[in-house]
Write a new protein. Structure first.
Length: 427
C-alpha cells in the first residue's frame, strides 16, 4: 500500500501512523540529554566557589600577593564576558553541543591541572582555562534548551538553574571538610572537583555523537543571519538586569560571611548562613522558571525578588544578628533573579539563533557591568569600617535592577526590535 494510503487508513481508524511515535532510543536520548544538561550546570560554579574557602591556603602555598588575589577575584567575570562573546562564533562553526562538550573538557582539565600548579601565573592561567569552559557553557546551554526542548523551556531552564544552584552550594559547603578528609592539602580539595567535570563530559559525548551537528547548518537553523542586537531595547535591558543581579550575587558570595562575623556570629554559623542563601535557590530555581514561562510577562517576579533583596539588606544593615536566618533567606530569594533572567532570555527570542545572540549579549555585557561592584563594596567597607554603606549601596542598586527588569520582562521579542527601521516599514 502506498504511504498516502497508510495515512488515510490511520485517519479512518483514529490511530497515528507508526512513524509519528517516538522510538525507544529517541526517548532514552531525550532523558540522557536532560541529564547531561543538569550535569553541565552543576559544573558552572564549583570552579569559583570551591576556591573561596581555600583561598588563604592557596595564597600561602603559592606566595600569591594581595594584588594577585584581587585579580583572581576578578578573573571569573572577565572570562565569562570574554569567552562568552566568542561562544556563538564557535557554535556556528562546530555546533553548540560540540562547544559545550569541549567546555566540559576545559573545565575538567583546568580544575585538575591547576591543583598541580607550582606558581601563581600557572594557577591563574589554568583557572582561566576552566572558566573559559564555564563561559561558553553559560551562554550556549539556554540555546540548546530552546532548540531541542522548545515546548519545555520553562521546566528545562528550571532543571538547569536548580542544578547550577546545587553545584554552587555543594562546593561552598563541602570544600573545607572535604579537604580536611583528604589530608588537609588544598591541591586535593580543589582537584577532586574535576571528577564532576569528567562525569559531565562522559554524558555529553554520546549526545554529541547522536545529534551529529555540523557547523553552520547546526548553528544557525531557523535563525536570522545576524541580528543588529544593539538596536533592541529589550536586549539592553536584559544585559542591565543580568549585570546588576550578578553584582549582588558576587558581593553576597564574597562578603556575607564576614558581615555576619563582624556582628558577633561565629565562623561556623556564618558559613551555614551563607550556605542557606545558596541552598534556597535550589528549589526556587526549579519552580520559578516554570511559573515565569507561563505568563506573558514576568514583571511581577522582578518586583517581588527585588523587594526581598531590599528587606534582606536592610535587616543585615540594622540588625544582622537579630534575625540572621531570615536575612539569609531573603537575600537568597533575591539572588533567584538569576534563574529568572535565564528564563527571560529563552522567552524574549523567537528562535534558537535569536536566543544565542541574546544570551551572549546579555551575559557578556552583564558580566562586564558586574566587575566593579564587588570592588566598590570592598572599598566602601575599607573606607568606613562599617557595613551600613556597602549594604545601602546594594539596596539602592536594586532600584535600577528592578527598572531594567521591568523593561526586560515585557512580552517582546528581540527579532521585532533588532531590525533596521526601513526593514520594519517593509514588514
Amino acid at each position: 500500500m502506498p504511504p498516502a494510503a497508510d495515512t488515510t487508513a490511520s485517519a479512518r481508524t483514529g490511530t497515528r501512523p507508526q512513524t509519528e511515535r517516538p522510538s525507544a532510543p529517541a526517548k532514552y536520548l531525550g532523558v540522557l540529554f536532560a541529564v547531561a544538561i543538569a550535569a553541565a550546570a552543576v559544573n558552572l560554579r564549583p570552579v569559583v566557589t570551591s576556591l573561596g574557602p581555600l583561598l588563604d591556603s592557596v595564597r600561602a602555598d603559592l606566595g600569591m600577593s594581595s594584588t594577585l588575589a584581587g585579580l583572581l577575584a576578578a578573573v571569573p567575570s572577565l572570562c565569562f564576558a570574554l569567552f562568552g562573546f566568542l561562544a556563538p562564533a564557535a557554535a556556528r562553526r562546530i555546533g553548540p553541543i560540540a562547544v559545550i562538550t569541549a567546555g566540559m573538557g576545559a573545565i575538567t582539565a583546568g580544575v585538575l591541572a591547576r591543583s598541580f600548579a607550582g606558581g601563581t601565573a600557572v594557577f591563574l592561567l589554568l583557572t582561566a582555562l576552566a572558566l573559559a569552559g564555564v563561559a561558553v557553557s553559560n551562554v550556549l546551554l539556554p540555546v540548546v534548551i530552546k532548540r531541542y526542548f522548545p515546548e519545555k523551556v520553562g521546566p528545562m531552564i528550571g532543571l538547569y538553574s536548580m542544578a547550577l544552584s546545587a553545584g554552587t552550594a555543594l562546593a561552598a559547603l563541602v570544600s573545607v571538610p572535604l579537604t580536611s578528609a583528604l589530608g588537609g592539602d588544598w591541591r586535593y580539595g580543589l582537584g577532586v572537583w574535576a571528577g564532576l567535570g569528567a562525569l559531565a563530559l562522559v554524558l555529553w559525548l554520546p549526545v554529541l555523537i547522536a545529534k551529529r551537528e555540523r557547523g553552520e547548518r547546526a548553528g544557525s537553523a531557523g535563525a536570522p543571519a545576524k541580528l543588529p542586537i544593539t538596536r533592541s531595547r529589550t536586549a539592553w535591558a536584559m544585559a542591565g538586569y543580568f549585570g546588576l543581579q550578578a553584582t549582588g550575587a558576587y558581593v553576597v558570595m564574597g562578603f556575607l560571611s564576614k558581615i555576619f562575623q563582624d556582628s558577633g556570629i561565629d565562623k561556623g554559623t556564618s558559613g551555614a548562613l551563607l550556605a542557606v542563601t545558596m541552598v534556597i535557590g535550589v528549589p526556587v530555581s526549579f519552580v520559578l522558571p516554570n511559573l515565569a514561562a507561563r505568563r506573558g510577562d514576568q514583571r511581577l517576579f522582578v518586583v517581588v525578588l527585588a523587594s526581598f533583596g531590599i528587606a534582606g539588606y536592610a535587616g543585615l544593615a540594622f540588625a544582622p544578628a537579630g534575625a540572621p536566618w531570615v536575612w539569609a533567606v531573603l537575600v537568597g530569594l533575591s539572588n533567584c533573579a538569576f534563574p529568572l533572567v535565564l528564563t527571560m532570555i529563552g522567552l524574549r527570542a523567537r528562535t534558537a539563533g535569536g536566543v544565542a545572540q541574546l544570551s551572549v549579549f546579555a551575559q557578556g555585557v552583564g558580566y562586564l557591568i558586574s566587575i566593579p561592584g564587588p570592588i566598590l563594596v570592598g572599598w566602601i567597607y575599607q573606607a568606613t569600617g562599617r557595613w551600613y554603606g556597602p549594604l545601602g549601596f546594594l539596596a539602592l542598586l536594586l532600584v535600577p535592577q528592578m527598572l531594567f527588569g521591568l523593561r526586560a520582562a515585557r512580552a517582546r521579542h528581540i527579532e521585532d526590535e533588532a531590525v533596521h527601521p526601513a526593514e520594519r516599514v517593509k514588514a
